[in-house]
Ligand binder design. Structure first.
Ligand SMILES: *[C@@H]1O[C@H](CO)[C@@H](O)[C@H](O)[C@H]1NC(C)=O
Length: 378
């Protein structure tokens, strides 16, 4: 009897110790909210309450009214998508939808851009999903969208063609532009844990009055123009654009726009910049940038400037508010500050603690699409 109790005690001690060390994994505030849960695969909507930054929480994407939909068919018909395909779930299926993928790997080549509806979560956890070699993902005049856990690469401009839009109308498309993910006039969008690389145009564009966006935990690599916030200098509606860029990994082999911002406000926090050629953070038209707790590692002395104000010139942007606080600079990286510090003024659903730049390497080591098994914590 005593031996049995001793055994139970030892087992209990072991379990407690294991739980304690699991909690000490270096995780950021978003990941800590769900990755340790052994039942993440049966409680996927928990993720919706883990977002932070300007997107706030994704309350509208969860609850009883949400249809669970599984992608089982990698094919793509841009006009009459078959049930089982990604396009059927993301564009055609009515109501709120939470999309997952059958386990294993899946390669989806989109024949035309995929127009994602409002109130849609695309959740690649538990599968190895590649949207690659074809057209990209477009969010046009929508809100309450989550894109999580996809690999998007090799996106190319497609020849003109027809494509179904949310609501069922079929539209003629001109030649596309080769962006991986593009937001136009959309709000409340969360882009988390995706791996984006090697596309013809940008990896992520937030344009035409889009706002309340959080871009977190993504891995952007091997690409020229990474992230554009605000499409053109004339589009003054982008003054209200507010974007949080947090816990991402940029590089290796990236060139510029991490992000490039026009007009609006970007809170760029706790990202890992693993080298760049032209610049890391750039902008025009008086945008406001709060750079906080990032790790900037310059590739070479010739490309040591983190910041670039456009047009480039002696007095360019000298009164814009670009502020760096708690950033860490290696290999000669230089952030040129101007103006003063402007707070993001987050509400309680948006606010989150920034950590020290010295922790950024470990907090971003799992940036990009994760490999999760349904049988364990992710
Ligand atoms: C870096 O920025 C400074 C101004 O802040 C500028 O004089 C210099 O030419 C820039 N260097 C490069 C390589 O662009």
């Amino acid at each position: 009897m005593a031996l049995k109790e001793l055994l139970m005690f030892v087992t209990l001690l072991f379990l407690l110790l294991r739980a304690a060390t699991a909690n000490h994994r270096h995780e950021n505030v978003i990941d800590r909210c769900w990755r340790g849960q052994p039942n993440w695969a049966t409680d996927r909507q928990r993720l919706a309450m883990c977002s932070v930054g300007f997107v706030g929480k994704m309350r509208q994407n969860r609850g009883h009214g949400v249809t669970a939909y599984t992608v089982t068919d990698p094919s793509d018909d841009p006009v009459r998508p078959r049930p089982g395909t990604l396009r059927y779930g993301a564009t055609v299926l009515p109501g709120k939808v939470w999309i997952t993928f059958r386990p294993g790997s899946m390669h989806i080549r989109l024949a035309q851009p995929l127009f994602v509806k409002s109130f849609t979560a695309i959740d690649g956890r538990g599968a190895d999903v590649h949207v690659a070699g074809g057209a990209g993902i477009v969010l046009y005049e929508v809100s309450n969208v989550v894109i999580h856990g996809l690999h998007v690469h090799g996106i190319r401009a497609q020849p003109p063609g027809r494509v179904v839009r949310p609501g069922g109308a079929v539209q003629n498309m001109d030649v596309g532009d080769g962006d991986a993910i593009r937001l136009l006039s959309s709000s409340k969008v969360w882009i988390d844990h995706n791996t984006l690389s090697r596309c013809e145009d940008g990896l992520l564009d937030v344009t035409l009055g889009s706002t309340d966006v959080t871009v977190s935990n993504n891995w952007f690599h091997d690409h020229d123009k990474v992230m554009l916030l605000g499409h053109d200098d004339q589009h003054v509606a982008d003054r209200r654009m507010r974007v949080t860029v947090a816990f991402n990994r940029f590089g290796p082999n990236v060139n510029q726009r991490m992000p490039r911002i026009r007009h609006g406000y970007a809170h760029v926090v706790n990202n890992f910049y693993d080298g760049w050629r032209e610049y890391a953070i750039g902008g025009s038209m008086g945008p406001t940038v709060k750079s906080q707790g990032n790790l900037f590692i310059a590739s070479t002395a010739e490309s040591a400037n983190v910041t670039r104000r456009m047009p480039v010139g002696h007095a360019a942007g000298k009164d814009w508010h670009w502020h760096s606080s708690g950033d860490s600079f290696e290999n000669g990286a230089v952030f040129k500050q101007t103006g003063s510090k402007v707070r993001p003024n987050y509400n309680k659903h948006q606010a989150f603690p920034a950590v020290s730049a010295s922790e950024v390497r470990s907090l971003t080591k799992d940036a990009g699409a994760l490999r999760c098994s349904a049988r364990a914590a992710c």
